[in-house]
Design a protein around this ligand. Structure first.
Ligand code: HEC
Length: 141
């Protein structure tokens, strides 16, 4: 074999390996499992007015700082960090997501699970965490 042929063979082999590895990595991102919330938290009522423009605006600011890196600017689960996660962060525009009660969303943001961080300490004001709930509601289509 000529050297150029050898190099070409090597490059093709390397390319196939890369495609294979990328394919596997993409497949490795699991769909999130059901996330049950205790009954008393499920029916919890917001301490701020979720429909208020000022509440949604402060939720937007907090979201940009704490959530966008994983969840993406439209909540589609496509932030710059999303590809590095083992679990798909979810799509906030879907009926499945929007079908959760406010209390369920508040609980999940507060407590976290696995790769989803807990925000009880990072966003210590409960009103601010409710504002985040108000903002993720705005992704509804
Ligand atoms: C490091 C990446 C990361 C960051 C940052 C992050 N999340 Fe998540 N989030 C996830 C992942 C992954 C899941 C899925 C976890 C699971 O189901 O086990 C998730 C799940 C959720 C859920 C539950 C989804 C559902 O179907 O009910 C909500 C709500 C949520 N995140 C909101 C937020 C908010 C609000 C912030 C910012 C305050 C935030 N997340 C920051 C990765 C992240």
């Amino acid at each position: 074999m000529k050297t150029t042929q050898k190099i070409a063979t090597l490059l093709v082999t390397a390319l196939i390996a890369v495609v294979f590895l990328l394919g596997n990595a993409a497949q490795a991102q699991a769909k999130a499992k059901a996330w049950p919330v205790p009954d008393k938290d499920k029916t919890m009522k917001a301490t701020v007015k979720l429909a208020d423009a000022s509440v949604i605006a402060s939720g937007k600011e907090l979201y940009a700082k704490h959530c966008k890196s994983c969840h993406g600017s439209k909540g589609a689960g496509d932030g710059p960090k999303a590809a590095t996660l083992k679990t798909f962060p979810g799509d906030f525009a879907t009926a499945a997501f929007q079908g959760s009660t406010d209390g369920e969303l508040f609980y999940r943001v507060s407590k976290g699970r696995d790769e989803m961080p807990t925000y009880e300490k990072k966003v210590p004001d409960a009103g601010d965490r409710w504002a985040l709930v108000a903002y993720v509601r705005s992704f509804k289509k």
